[in-house]
Write a protein that binds this ligand. Structure first.
Ligand code: TRP
Length: 333
């Protein structure tokens, strides 16, 4: 790792297929962070099991996600790229930090409350401990910055609290991480309910474009996207959420400005507009999908990459964990 660069940590859970919203908000950014930071990127499979997963599906999703990231430009030689469960330090650090975390704090976390409602039959200890595992992820690598979306801000805050608490209780040990709030990319909304964020777990999959959707599916979903009745292609998220969402997707995928896009579609009907959006998205997805497939078909390569990544991650993580074990008084032979 280069000493003069700050360390950036990010992870994503290998659950469901990712959507183009994840692509804009996360996938694309990971590749672009690589030159400016020492990047540590993980597939957070240990977080994933806090809600029920089909084992075969989890396994397949983990590999598919890894291949997708590489297809999107993550270069395993430039960063540390690994599967969370391959590095035992995460669980160990989580345990150490658990004793510095209060039950009340965890009960108050917004995501815990939400997920407890959604999975009322499975409010398990892992779900409650989720933020501490996340703190372990981040603190193990002496992370300076964590790119966070709105939904993860509270988790970063608690990570900072835990780090400061540990540093005060013992002596300075952890870097206290800062959040970076990703480039204001457009927020991509559901095609059928443009007041909601596009989600990989939406009830109706027709409102989301998945990274795995083929061309026909992409075009069909855009054809059915909700618009409005005044047949005017203008960016006005307040009054025209459907059309504005499509324009946001179009500009993001084409690289054109909003002005340019509005001029391009001036006087055109919604039918033509939706087709154009569908086509530009399908055109962008096709090469990524082909590359993902090529990588997935090369199992030996992918396994090698992940084994290497785990080894690289382990070296850094073990060093921090050893410090922690020493400070908390674990006898070290
Ligand atoms: N909880 C994050 C999510 O679902 C994934 C995650 C796990 C993460 N560990 C992390 C994100 C550490 C940033 C840093 O999006």
């Amino acid at each position: 790792m280069e000493e003069n660069k700050k360390t950036l940590y990010s992870a994503i859970q290998p659950t469901n297929s990712l959507t183009i919203g994840n692509y804009i908000g996360t996938l694309r950014n990971w590749a672009s962070y690589q030159n400016d930071y020492n990047c540590v990127f993980a597939m957070a499979d240990m977080h994933a099991i806090t809600v029920r997963q089909q084992p075969a599906q989890l396994r397949a999703n983990t590999l598919a996600l890894a291949a997708l990231f590489i297809a999107c430009g993550v270069d395993p030689d430039k960063c540390t790229f690994y599967v969370q469960s391959h590095v035992p330090c995460h669980a160990e650090m989580c345990w150490a930090l658990n004793s510095l975390t209060y039950v009340g704090e965890m009960e108050r976390m917004t995501q815990f409350k939400d997920k407890s409602k959604r999975h009322a039959d499975n409010i398990n200890m892992g779900l409650m401990d989720y933020p501490v595992l996340m703190a372990a992820d981040i603190l193990l690598y002496q992370t300076d910055v964590v790119p966070v979306g709105l939904d993860q801000r509270q988790h970063l805050e608690i990570t900072r609290d835990i780090a400061i608490r540990f540093n005060n209780a013992y002596s300075p040990t952890f870097t206290v991480p800062e959040g970076i709030y990703a480039k204001v990319g457009a927020k991509i909304c559901d095609l059928l309910d443009p007041t909601k964020k596009m989600s990989k777990s939406a009830e109706n999959p027709n409102g989301s474009i998945f990274m795995t959707d083929d061309r026909d599916t992409v075009i069909r979903k855009f054809k059915r996207a909700v618009t409005d009745s005044d047949n005017c292609i203008k960016y006005d998220p307040e009054n025209k959420p459907g059309v504005s969402n499509l324009l946001a997707i179009y500009t993001t995928f084409s690289g054109k400005s909003m002005d340019e896009a509005e001029r391009e579609f001036d006087g055109k009907g919604y039918g033509d507009f939706k087709l154009a959006v569908g086509e530009i998205v399908a055109d962008k997805l096709a090469p990524v999908q082909a590359e993902q497939k090529r990588i997935l078909d090369d199992k030996a390569y992918l396994q090698g990459v992940l084994a290497n990544g785990a080894e690289k991650a382990y070296k850094v993580a073990r060093k921090t964990l050893s410090k922690v074990y020493k400070k908390i008084g674990f006898f070290q032979a």
